[in-house]
Design a protein around this ligand. Structure first.
Ligand SMILES: Cc1ncc(COP(=O)(O)O)c(C=O)c1O
Length: 417
């Protein structure tokens, strides 16, 4: 494991004068904090001796029942016994990798992919091989070709890691038509699908698509999380896994943490039973949609030289910079101009991504988003001017020790997730 080069920069970027379009932090001010506080008080008064005690390694049985209701919206088939509660879905990523991946094994991931998962894969010395995605998500034909090539090369492929809904960072959703196709290819090559779905309920239009897991509960491990639909501070996520796998995950989790936090689990459980959580998810959806619109309007008005996708949910817009600009080299200059983003390089295991940036609209208000894009437009203009005068690659020397040309992705910090 290595420290992220851009970590140091984010210490600066978290200063209040900087508009951060970098982090994936949910907008918790939209939660009814009085309701949450009241329920915590009741929890300690009424069930304190359970909530403050060690619990089951697999997770609280009551919460596992409730997780079934949450997943029913995406047609995930499971029984409470198939679920293991984890310390955020991040721990589930770690457990699955620990159980399945030996050094040198291949893990397939979309190009780009979630920085935190790439960090986990790397920490177990997996060889991450990217498969391209487009506006409809992971490309089946490219997946087939890559698997065929890896088979010819005699490589052992352990996992296909997919973020099907409102992708981090690409913002796209895997189309309904492609889901069975991807599954069929993975099945044919004997590869387990790791479906990571923290944003599935945060779509702006219509009902969520059925999870890939709903099509084959044996070939898929499904990961869910309360971080984006409730609050990440509780650190409660979960995995749904086929029976034999689930036993291993429980053992691995017990070895790592003994059990997930009883207090957090019961707090989430009491929130789900005493509060209209579906309504609250709707409140978040509306809020994020308004912010997405604010970001797209600002991009239209102020950054016409860049291009981007239109996310139908989630937190992120994936922006392609004008030709010749380098997202990573430009970041210190952007932070100096009091705006932060995540350079595309964070989302690849192989040094790609210098031509992209990820912008998050989840946390800043619409006014701050516009101000952030205005500042970013100023930075881009300055870069383009330098480029037109001196040619590409002639920006000021990068600060903060930046400028590594290739190399695997950075381990995540909460600013990056
Ligand atoms: C795609 C994806 N997976 C997993 C996580 C980790 O979430 P948590 O551990 O908070 O459940 C994140 C957080 O941003 C994410 O974007």
């Amino acid at each position: 494991m290595t420290a992220s080069e851009i970590r140091a920069l984010f210490a600066v970027a978290s200063r209040p004068e900087v508009v951060s379009l970098a982090g994936g932090m949910p907008y918790l001010a939209a939660l009814p904090l009085d309701v949450v506080g009241g329920s915590l008080e009741r929890l300690v008064a009424e069930r304190g001796l359970v909530a403050l005690q060690y619990g089951s390694g697999q997770g609280d049985p009551g919460l596992r029942e409730q997780i079934l209701d949450v997943m029913a919206l995406q047609k995930v088939h499971a029984s409470p016994d198939d679920i293991i509660v984890t310390t955020g879905s991040q721990q589930a990523l770690d457990l699955v990798t620990r159980v399945f991946v030996d050094p040198g094994d291949v893990v397939l991931a979309e190009a780009p992919s979630y920085v935190g998962a790439l960090g986990v894969f790397r920490s177990y010395q997996a060889d991450v091989v990217h498969v391209p995605l487009d506006a409809e998500g992971l490309q089946p034909e490219a997946l087939r070709e890559q698997l065929e090539k890896l088979r010819r090369d005699g490589r052992r492929v352990k996992l296909l890691y997919v973020i099907p809904n409102h992708h981090n960072p690409a913002g796209v959703t895997l189309s309904a038509a492609r889901r069975p196709e991807i599954l069929e290819i993975a099945r044919r090559y004997g590869v387990l699908v790791l479906e990571d779905d923290p944003y599935g309920l945060l779509g702006f239009d219509g009902d969520p698509l059925p999870a890939i897991q709903s099509l084959d509960s044996d070939g898929v491990i499904y990961l869910g999380s309360f971080s984006k639909t409730f609050a990440p501070g509780y650190r409660v996520g979960w995995a749904v896994a086929p029976h034999a796998v689930r036993e291993r995950l429980v053992l691995a989790s017990e070895a790592a943490i003994l059990c997930p936090s009883s207090f957090s689990q019961l707090a989430v459980s009491s929130y789900l039973s005493n509060h209209d959580w579906k309504h609250q998810v709707g409140v978040f959806r509306e809020l994020y949609q308004e912010r997405r619109d604010a970001m797209l309007d600002a991009l239209d008005d102020l950054l016409p030289s860049a291009s981007w996708n239109v996310p139908q949910g989630g937190f992120y817009v994936w922006v392609r910079l004008p030709a010749g600009l380098d997202a990573k080299a430009m970041l210190p200059r952007a932070v100096t101009q009091r705006v932060a983003y995540v350079p595309g390089t964070a989302f690849y295991a192989d040094g790609q991504g210098r031509d992209h940036i990820r912008l998050s609209y989840c946390f800043p208000t619409p006014e701050r988003i516009r101000e952030g894009i205005r500042r970013l437009a100023g930075v881009l203009d300055a870069e383009l001017e330098i480029q037109s005068t001196f040619g590409p690659g002639m920006g000021p020397t990068p600060a903060f020790g930046m400028g590594r040309v290739t190399g695997p992705s950075d381990s995540p910090s909460p600013d990056l997730t």
